[in-house]
Design a protein. Structure first.
Length: 275
């Protein structure tokens, strides 16, 4: 099989994805991907499990993470690639953010209760297990208890940025997120700028040391891909891409659907060499 494509943005059930690390690996191999990156929110457990089961001659597994950060009041997601994922300082930090995520989950359940929805944190806990807790788990719980009819309805009515049960996370500033990734010799990439909708942040973030932006993403239209490739070039940084697969929550899973060429990984590796 010709192996030209990669997917550098995948979530496992160590955070808010539905696939286990082993299912991610299985699917990636089936699709003939040449490389994948596991980029769970605030955890590298999924990466470690996936990496253990793959022969690197068959498929590369890049250590990654997705950190949430704040810049000018916006929820800015920063991906870290080729990170030294066992760095004790980093491990301690992400553990703290997972604790914040749990507390924030409790706050969102409180808000839902105030809104008259009798959802219990136990239901959320049953769904999330030990995973890095996120809004998708709360949405799944709302769906399971039939407070909503669809996963999207949970975000539209309750959990979306401007919805009544949304609680922001305690996060790093964008500068701190970039610095933390650099501290562990990783490559810092702005995730899905198309959903952020603040293109004007890109030159600022590049100034702060950002190494790249995600051009290919499931929520990006063709025009977005071209625009972000051009913006990366203008700022003198690289572009990357991935599906941001969270499993088959809404029908078919997105894994491998972005057709990101292997040449993207070669450029990413070059930046890594400079770290
Ligand atoms: P959190 O990190 O807990 O704020 O959750 C962020 C995750 O929620 C993202 O990675 C998406 O998977 C999901 N998400 C955010 N907004 C929406 C939305 N409007 N519809 C569906 N999923 C969403
Ligand atoms: Zn997610
Ligand atoms: Fe994200
Ligand atoms: Fe993501």
């Amino acid at each position: 099989m010709k192996k030209d494509y990669i997917d550098l943005h995948l979530h496992t059930n160590a955070s808010d994805g539905l696939f286990t690390p082993s299912e991610i690996v299985e699917n990636s191999l089936k699709l003939g991907l040449a490389a994948i990156a596991i980029t769970d929110h605030d955890t590298v457990d999924g990466y470690m499990e996936a990496a253990r089961m793959v022969d690197t001659k068959v498929m590369e597994v890049v250590p990654g993470v997705e950190l949430s950060s704040n810049y000018k009041g916006a929820d800015v997601h920063i991906l870290g690639y080729y990170i030294d994922h066992q760095n004790p300082e980093f491990v301690k930090k992400i553990l703290k953010f997972r604790k914040y995520r749990y507390e924030r989950g409790e706050s969102m359940v409180d808000r839902l209760n105030e809104l008259g929805l009798n959802l219990s944190m136990d239901t959320v806990k049953t769904i999330a297990g030990n995973s890095s807790l996120g809004r998708p788990h709360v949405a799944d719980a709302l769906l399971r208890e039939e407070f909503v009819q669809t996963y999207d309805e949970a975000f539209a009515r309750y959990l979306g940025y401007h919805a009544p049960a949304y609680v922001p996370k305690k996060v790093l500033t964008a500068q701190q997120a970039i610095d933390l990734i650099h501290l562990i010799r990783g490559v810092a990439v702005l995730a899905h700028p198309g959903t952020l909708r603040h293109d004007e942040f890109i030159p600022d973030l590049a100034e702060m040391g950002l190494d790249g932006i995600e051009a290919f993403h499931s929520q990006h239209k063709r025009g977005d891909i071209t625009r972000y490739k051009n913006m990366a070039r203008k700022s003198g940084i690289i572009y990357t891409g991935g599906s941001d697969c969270h499993g088959p929550r809404k029908g078919r899973a997105l894994i491998g659907t972005q057709r990101v060429p292997y040449s993207v990984l070669l450029k990413l590796k070059k930046v890594k060499e400079s770290k």
